[in-house]
Design a protein around this ligand. Structure first.
Ligand code: FRU
Length: 424
């Protein structure tokens, strides 16, 4: 990839590579990297709404933060249509699978609050209809800015296009609950540039989304991670020696893997408020390995940078595979080089008996991993499924050097605060 000159001087880094050789080390069903089975008897957060990607309120350093004792989460949300003729099958039954699969097209940002870090109560929509400039409100990150309760919500405005945007509002608490006020003016920040990050014109299946702003604990500057694909026309990417890595004899054939071009993007803020951003070359690329590295995020621990990102079985390239789940990489400095955790990158995957049980994992700095329930088989053959659209049981992992271990399981949607802010 060509690097562009940066206003910050010389381009600071070369992207780290998740190679095909790394991915060959991915093994589903290793108990230390597999999410415990989710029972088909799960409770649902709401009969009215599907929820999926969950975004806990946090500070700019990544700490999950409650306000006046109230925990707050944001979720991608879509209404369920059990009575809509459009979602009835030939026998007049509600086709919940089709309704669920269509949800991305009508995703809206909602919020929930809780005194206990679980048993979430619905707050409502974050932005009124018409505020967001596009149809879909896709994932991002809510940041609590100060003791006045101001919140910057970074998210992705999708269809038409895909723009990383932010909107500012405020969290207000009473004894009885939480409300969000403001969130009325959406500010576009940036879009894919076609030089470092692939555009829609280069690939109709491009990904550019899921902003995760943070302050680098070492240099103190404001940065943002996001999901992207490596720039270039679809099909033009090269899967060379570097992308293949050190494979055993017989594993040199890369098939059609040039179509899989995921990367974890990074941008740096030019100002204190995070209103003006400059994209930098990706931190990590997965050309020839996987087409999606979604919702990238960090845990800063033991002076190291633990980079996590979610990915799917169906987005893997020819000749490599792995479960739906969260993958991780570690480096001693922000710009790498990053090494896959556990050798392969796999941190927490679905068991092969329930390959779609959960997704959109978010690893929090306390080692707790939240995700949502997608679908769980209800019979032994796996042909009958129950759709989730609700919070999965939280999993505890231990992060140790270049390894991670599943060590605990908690209640559905358990997202306890790491610190509490008393509003002034
Ligand atoms: C992950 C994800 C995000 C995107 C959203 C769309 O589950 O694909 O990358 O923002 O869902 O619904």
């Amino acid at each position: 990839m060509k690097s562009t000159p940066s206003k910050f001087g010389k381009t600071p880094h070369q992207p780290s590579l998740w190679t095909r050789a790394d991915a060959l080390k991915v093994h589903a069903d290793d108990p230390t990297t597999t999410q415990p089975l989710v029972s088909a008897n799960f409770p649902v957060l709401s009969d009215e709404f599907f929820i999926w990607d969950t975004m806990p309120l946090r500070d700019i350093d990544g700490n999950i933060t409650s306000v006046d004792g109230w925990s707050v989460i944001f979720t991608l949300t879509a209404d369920r249509h059990p009575n809509d003729p459009q979602y009835l099958d030939q026998n007049g039954n509600y086709d919940v699978i089709r309704d669920w699969n269509d949800r991305h097209g009508r995703a809206k940002m909602y919020y929930w609050f809780s005194r206990t870090g679980k048993d979430w109560k619905l707050g409502g929509r974050v932005m009124a209809e018409g505020v967001s400039p596009t149809v879909r409100e896709w994932a991002g990150t809510p940041i609590l800015l100060n003791e006045q309760g101001e919140v910057d919500l970074y998210y992705t405005a999708v269809t038409p296009g895909a723009t990383i945007v932010k909107v500012r509002g405020r969290v207000v608490t009473t004894e009885h609950g939480v409300s969000l006020v403001g969130f009325e003016k959406v500010k576009p920040l940036f879009e894919a540039d076609g030089k470092m990050y692939q555009t829609e014109a280069q690939n109709a299946f491009w990904g550019f989304r899921d902003p995760w702003p943070f302050r680098d604990p070492k240099d103190g500057k404001l940065y943002m991670l996001f999901e992207g694909n490596v720039a270039g026309e679809r099909g033009s990417h090269k899967v060379g020696k570097a992308e293949v890595g050190d494979v055993p004899p017989g594993y040199e054939d890369v098939g059609n893997s040039r179509f899989q071009t995921a990367c974890v993007g990074i941008a740096v803020a030019r100002d204190e408020d995070g209103d003006d951003w400059e994209m930098l070359p990706p931190l990590l690329t997965a050309v020839g390995v996987n087409d999606q590295t979604e919702r990238p995020h960090f845990v800063f621990q033991d002076g190291k940078y633990y980079l996590f990102t979610i990915s799917h079985t169906f987005t893997y390239a020819d000749g490599v595979t792995g479960p739906d789940g969260v993958y991780g990489f570690v480096a001693d400095s922000l710009f790498g080089p990053y090494v896959p955790l556990n050798g392969s990158g796999l941190v927490l995957g679905n068991p092969s008996s329930q390959p779609f049980q959960t997704y959109s994992h978010c690893v929090m700095p306390n080692g707790l991993v939240t995700s949502f329930i997608d679908s769980v088989p209800t019979d032994d053959t796996g042909t009958q499924i129950r759709i989730g659209g609700t919070e999965a049981p939280t999993v505890g992992i231990k992060i140790k050097g270049q390894q991670t271990f599943v060590v605990a399981e908690y209640d559905y949607g358990y997202i306890p605060p790491m610190l509490d802010v008393t509003l002034k």
